[in-house]
Design a protein around this ligand. Structure first.
Ligand code: SF4
Ligand code: SF4
Length: 284
């Protein structure tokens, strides 16, 4: 069996909603221009980390020694009609959940991966945890396209997914195949004339397609901002995150989410403030 087919089957058997791969490389001038403009406009607000390690952020081969291939995984989560807490936050901390499952993927395929690497397979896994442009890589891996609301949109799994990235030493030629090329070529490129997400944004943070000002964004203000005030009118009653621009999207799909991502739903319905202890790591 072609290596890609084996890996694809294994990823879907493990519950990933999508899997793909791309050659590890610098992301190139377009991505560099977008990041430079974002930082120059100050749209990263006090997410100072976005301005650090810019070279590594733009070139994964500088971040991971010997990087030759990037694999992308989508982990689905369920929709929760909770006006205070974003859907992704109704369960365990996704960083650990996704990394654990990608490590399981490696364990299952270890022999094939070692063989493809021509020796010991070496890899690192990232989930929103290092200077890796995960959405850019998800697109390159053929998992979807980036919508006007800046979410990754998978034509099959929709928007309610979290991205896992594995960077490894397998030469890309070992994994490249017709199926992967077809998968990557068949992705829609953009949203057409929709703009529903921009109309749905309650604060004007989503200024225009692909352009979010974190300083006005409820997700940023309630999760990442150094000075957080959940009683401020600026957060419109949200406690943790905001799904308005996601929920408005016609590309949402009804894919069953992993149970780990909903394991605290009953507890949060009863005691919403518990979100601050569950996701304490993000709110340092
Ligand atoms: S997360 Fe909420 S506030 Fe932020 S851009 Fe989307 S709709 Fe606007
Ligand atoms: S709501 Fe419309 S414009 Fe926004 S991301 Fe979805 S398809 Fe694109």
């Amino acid at each position: 069996m072609v290596l890609y087919e084996t890996l694809y089957s294994s990823a879907t058997d493990l519950g990933f909603a999508a899997f793909g791969a791309a050659e590890a490389s610098a992301l190139g001038p377009e991505a560099e221009g977008r990041l430079s403009q974002y930082l120059a406009d100050g749209r990263n607000a006090d997410m100072d980390y976005m301005a650090r390690n810019v070279e590594k952020r733009l070139d994964v081969t500088l971040l991971v020694e010997g990087a030759r291939t990037v694999m992308g995984f989508l982990a689905p989560y369920d929709h929760h009609a909770d006006p205070h807490i974003a859907s992704f936050a109704h369960g365990e901390d996704y960083h650990k959940v996704i990394k654990d499952r990608v490590h399981s993927f490696v364990a299952v395929n270890r022999a094939a991966l070692d063989a493809a690497a021509g020796g010991a397979f070496s890899y690192r896994v990232f989930t929103d945890s290092a200077p890796v442009m995960e959405r850019e890589w998800a697109v390159r891996c053929g998992l979807g396209f980036i919508g006007c609301n800046n979410f990754l949109i998978s034509p099959t799994a929709g928007l309610r997914t979290l991205i896992g990235i594995l960077v490894c030493n397998i030469p890309f030629e070992q994994i490249d195949c017709m199926r992967l090329r077809r998968q990557r070529a068949s992705m829609p490129m953009d949203c057409g004339e929709c703009l529903a997400c921009i109309k749905a944004c309650p604060t004007g943070a989503l200024m225009e397609p692909y352009k979010i000002d974190a300083r006005k964004c409820i997700s940023f203000l309630t999760i990442e901002a150094r000075e957080r005030d959940n009683s401020s009118p600026a957060v419109h009653g949200h406690l943790f995150g905001c799904d308005c621009c996601m929920d408005a999207c016609p590309w949402n799909r009804d894919v069953p989410g992993w149970p780990e991502f909903s394991s605290n739903a009953a507890r949060l319905a009863d005691k919403p403030d518990d979100i601050f202890s569950i996701f304490a790591r993000q709110r340092k």
